[in-house]
Design a protein around this ligand. Sequence first.
Ligand SMILES: [Zn+2]
Length: 306
Amino acid sequence: MYVGIDVGGTAIKAGVVDEAGNIVARASVDSRPDSGDEMVRLMYVAMSRALGRAMLPRDRVTAVGVGSSGLCDNERGVVVYSPNIAYDNTRVREYFMERIDARIDVDNDANCAAVGEYIAFGENCGSFVFVTLGTGVGGGIIVNGRLLRGVNGGAGELGHTVLFPGGRLCGCGQRGCWEAYASVSGLIADAREKGGWFAGRPELNGRTPFEGAAEGVPEAVEVRDRWIRNVALGINNLVNIFQPDRLVIGGAVSREGETLLAPIRRFVSENAYTRGVPGIRQTEISAARLGNDAGIVGAAFLHKIK
Ligand SMILES: [Zn+2]
């Protein structure tokens, strides 16, 4: 059995995961983002509670994976840095190895979500790109069965590729990042800027433009379609760079299903470099399968990924 731990700024969620990728027990504890050392202790507490609920002794666990926001170094088993948690080369593997005899992996939460979806789709070779559209735009890249981590563990920051030079200010300090347009925050910003029908909706969220468009509200159709086009532009760039076997789109907005996916597939089929070449395989574009559990499942399966 494996344990996956998904560490965020407000909660630490642990799951006991079986070899088929099912979460058989889970536990959650509040984060203490002001202290990296305290966070490690709480990760262990969350794991212990989940194991207690599964009535599973520690010696039955062969692998523990930790997925955290920020920059992680899985070679050393540390979290190097996070913008929202006070990590400082925090030694996660060392803490766990003193207490449990299992393999311990530590990686970025977006990489873990990518691994989770990779496992959920039953992929075991080839290349796989996961994009999550939420408050930000993140993701992870698996090439030939290996996570692409880059020289420093910071690879896969898909959202901070620039789509519109000089454009909207991004949280990273750059202007015109894909994230500033293709995130759900970007969609809400588009709707606010549009005004009109949206101005009468103080509870505006990422679903509002889709709901309005489904009712045929012209401003909502315009905002939704422009946002989907900006998402598709970035997806098409990823297809051109990686030509992955599969590209999976996650985040709550992926629940819009074909309303979101069909225009993206159409855009890619009309614009990708390999468009129109007869008889060759093209990238499959799919909605994520695991939702919020991708981080836990992926962390638990980190040991299967090089
Ligand atoms: Zn950015």
